[in-house]
Design a protein around this ligand. Structure first.
Ligand code: SF4
Length: 387
């Protein structure tokens, strides 16, 4: 998806040139107009949130989800495969301030009850178990609130069964990602984020276990046959913060052309789905509390340096790409310090690229085209130096 702003600028320019009878392709103008219209419809969800007074600097995940609810409530036109039923209650784990505030404002807009679980954002190991108890007590309150709302009691045996399936799927998924220590890597970071779907949307189902088993079989076969993701793999990368979802295809192609491939990332290689040993089906509430708490580990720069340094060694990495997300500030914490620390400890370089997970208005293609080749040159000279 190209940036709406970029397309509109190009259309305006072409129209001006047409008016001056300059030779421009009417065909290109038609294609651009169609693309802009498509994009306008897609982006309507975020614009709906902006029209309600939410700043364009607010989390774009929230603007997309909140905008969708606003459009649904107003019975506006929405593509059928984008529709979500309106909720009877809004629940959020406030692992960042925005998440809690978005829950409150959405509940207020929809006039439904809300429940926000407060998650301590930064902590050290000595506070871990106190925090687990704190989060668990809130999960228990949430269960009571849901039991009151639905008139049904939670079936703890069923919850344990679900937790066992979650653990199975998470273990297989982790094994898939660990197979990427192989050179060449059989799977990229972009494949890891795309294949996150079942662990989230099919949680606790046998379908999710089957999916990761099939994925693991395929990856093992690729490792055995030395089938890599990019031809002539030369640079193995770490990706920080959320992906730039609307540019996953284009970025992977650009990097592949330079023989570079992101393999691991904070978004995929962390949390309870990574620390699978912490999931205990016999203690489902503690496991849920730990899962919620572990997300915030990635907001602690000191922890991140240790974790990334370990991944650099285990996955033979050559560089770090730090996505500084314009509307997701919490996950940007410490990125420049992390680059410096990893350069000093592991001798590999890093780069910060400014963009956004879902808002194309904060993405500059020309800036990416300027930064990435220069970064590959830096990695090459650092590689030579390390030899
Ligand atoms: S962590 Fe980032 S993406 Fe998630 S709710 Fe907070 S601002 Fe939004």
């Amino acid at each position: 998806m190209e940036s709406h702003a970029v397309l509109i600028a190009e259309i305006t320019d072409l129209k001006a040139r047409l008016a001056q009878s300059e030779a421009v392709s009417e065909g290109r103008l038609k294609v651009l107009n169609e693309k802009a219209e498509e994009l306008r419809k897609e982006w309507k969800r975020a614009e709906a949130a902006e029209a309600e007074g939410y700043s364009t600097d607010a989390c774009s995940y929230w603007r997309t989800l909140g905008g969708l609810a606003i459009l649904e409530k107003k019975k506006s036109e929405i593509r059928n495969d984008m529709r979500l039923p309106l909720p009877d209650m809004v629940v959020a784990a406030a692992h960042c301030q925005t998440a809690g505030l978005w829950c409150e404002s959405l509940a207020r807009f929809l006039k439904v009850p809300e429940f926000v679980i407060d998650i301590p954002m930064t902590y050290d190991e000595s506070e871990y178990w106190t925090n687990v108890e704190y989060v668990k007590s809130q999960v228990l309150n949430l269960i009571s609130a849901l039991e009151a709302l639905t008139g049904k009691k939670l079936d703890y045996d069923k919850l344990k069964e679900k937790m066992a399936l979650i653990k199975k799927a998470a273990t297989l998924r982790r094994e898939c990602m660990e197979l990427c220590k192989a050179i060449p890597t059989p799977m990229s970071f972009f494949d890891c984020i795309i294949s996150m779907g079942p662990i989230h949307t099919l949680r606790g189902t046998t379908a999710s276990v089957d999916f990761y088993q099939a994925l693991k079989n395929e990856i093992e076969e690729r490792v055995a046959n030395k089938v890599g993701v990019v031809a002539g793999e030369k640079y193995r990368l770490y990706w920080d913060n959320l992906p730039i979802w609307f540019k996953v295809g284009s970025l992977s192609t650009k990097l592949a052309e330079m023989h570079a491939v992101p393999i691991v990332g904070a978004y995929t290689h962390g949390g309870a789905y990574w620390e699978v040993d912490r999931i205990d089906p016999e203690k489902p509430l503690e496991s849920i509390a730990e899962e919620l708490l572990l997300i915030c580990k990635d907001m602690n720069a000191k922890y991140r340096v240790e974790r990334i340094a370990q991944m650099v060694r285990e996955y033979s990495l050559d560089g770090l790409i730090m996505h500084s997300a314009r509307t997701c500030r919490p996950l940007n914490i410490g990125q420049y310090d992390i680059i410096n620390a990893i350069r000093e400890r592991e001798g590999i370089p890093g780069i910060v690229i400014e963009a956004d997970p879902t808002d194309p208005n904060y993405y500059s293609e020309s800036e990416i085209d300027r930064l990435l080749p220069a970064f590959v040159e830096t990695m090459e000279s650092s590689k030579q130096h390390r030899k």
